[in-house]
Ligand binder design. Structure first.
Ligand code: FES
Length: 167
């Protein structure tokens, strides 16, 4: 069903946190603190549907001051080099990655302390993850943050075949 589909080009990013679930994410909501998001698309009847049926669809959204986001982040896939979106599924064993409380602007996985740098393509900067968090291309459409394309890297920790089939 469509709530289980991975992010589709044109999907709107909406808040995932329970108190705001389904509300479109606005520029003003974003900062160097992680904002969790779901992609929201349309069902068969044209009604909005949050794609939260697959936990692999959970996303991490950040906004950094201009100039801070660097390679290997794909800057073309950010909004003006300021807003960047990644899969929030740890590439080690699939836990949802959070902000690193000890280190501003870095991410830390609560399961086995994997660390990632969201300003540098979410490269691994500590712990066991085998590869970066996958970057999701986004763009601004009016006030909405929308999916520009599919993930640039494999977002599925356990499923190379699914990635091979989708990319
Ligand atoms: Fe994230 Fe193990 S699941 S470090």
């Amino acid at each position: 069903t469509r709530d289980k589909m991975p992010p589709v080009k044109g999907d709107i990013l909406v808040h995932a946190v329970e108190s705001k679930e389904g509300q479109p994410i606005r520029m003003a909501d974003l900062s160097e603190k992680l904002v969790r998001a779901w992609p929201m698309g349309k069902d068969e009847d044209g009604n909005s549907i949050i794609r939260k049926g697959d936990p692999n669809n959970i996303l991490a959204v950040y906004r950094f001051p201009k100039g801070q986001i660097q390679a290997p982040t794909n800057l073309e896939a950010t909004v003006e080099g300021e807003i960047v979106v990644y899969s929030d599924v740890c590439t080690h064993a699939g836990c949802s990655v959070a902000d690193d409380d000890q280190r501003a602007g870095a991410m830390k996985c609560p399961c086995h302390s994997g660390q990632y740098d969201p300003k540098q393509g979410c490269k691994v900067i500590g712990g066991p993850p085998p590869r970066p968090l996958a970057q999701l291309p986004v763009r601004l459409d009016g006030e909405n943050l929308v999916v520009g394309d599919f993930f640039l890297q494999n977002p599925y920790p356990f499923n190379e075949a699914e990635w091979e089939a989708r990319k």
